[in-house]
Design a protein around this ligand. Structure first.
Ligand SMILES: N[C@@H](CCC(=O)N[C@@H](CS)C(=O)NCC(=O)O)C(=O)O
Length: 214
């Protein structure tokens, strides 16, 4: 694809992943800073290309894509060649990247963090569920502790000095965990801090929070 790139979604931690990928790849893009739970995702225009009425959504010319991990991987696979980013070169490398990505998206984001987010931090919308929240937090920490030694073995990023789509998914999700009051082991905090110190991440964060952008 080589049409105009438009990213819909501001402030959200999941939109931040997409800003980060775009910044790492040095892509210019239009930004539509709509927020979740503001009513802005409920318009007829937005619902036409994202019936889930969530953010983020990416438009690349005529191509529309939702789901932050799918978008991050799409951007790396479409625009990463020849750039200073890591792209898996064979099925084994792809499998290792997938293993980290699915771990972050399933075990952490979907199974535990979104549950904590909804029922601890947005109870007025989703209802209180203290037993489920405590169980999800315990589960999340158990999963993070299981991979903490492997993350401790990572000197810089997962695949060395160059950033991968899997790094964006893993580092951002570990950060969600800390924001939702799951205590990160030192190795995970150090890995997240290295990834978050990258100029592309800092640029992404500024853009994600720029509600006057267009
Ligand atoms: N699996 C989706 C989740 C998207 C999502 O839940 N986005 C949140 C903002 S971080 C949202 O739009 N929430 C509004 C709602 O649930 O109605 C992704 O990773 O893109």
């Amino acid at each position: 694809m080589s049409g105009e790139i438009i990213l819909w979604g501001a402030i959200s931690l999941r939109a931040l992943r997409v800003h980060w990928a775009l910044q790492e790849l040095g892509l210019s893009y239009q930004f539509r800073p709509i927020g979740s739970r503001t009513g802005e995702t409920l318009t007829t225009e937005y619902t036409r290309f994202n019936p889930k009425q969530k953010i983020p959504t990416l438009q690349d010319g005529d191509f529309t894509l939702t789901e932050s991990p799918a978008i991050v991987n799409y951007l790396f696979n479409t625009y990463g060649a020849g750039k200073d980013v890591y792209l898996p070169q064979n099925p084994v490398e792809q499998a290792r990247a997938d293993e980290w990505s699915y771990f972050a998206m399933m075990e952490l984001d979907a199974h535990s963090l979104y549950l904590i987010r909804r029922h601890k931090f947005l109870p007025e919308i989703y209802g209180e569920a203290p037993v489920a929240v405590a169980s999800a937090a315990e589960y999340c920490l158990k999963q993070i502790n299981a991979v903490a030694p492997a993350i401790g073995d990572i000197e810089d990023l997962i695949f060395g000095a160059t950033i991968s789509a899997a790094d964006i998914l893993l580092a951002s999700t570990l950060d969600f965990a800390e924001r939702y009051e799951v205590t990160l082991p030192a190795s995970c905090r150090a890995y997240r801090d290295r990834a978050y110190a990258r100029p592309a991440f800092l640029a992404a964060k500024r853009r994600n929070e720029d509600l006057d952008a267009h």
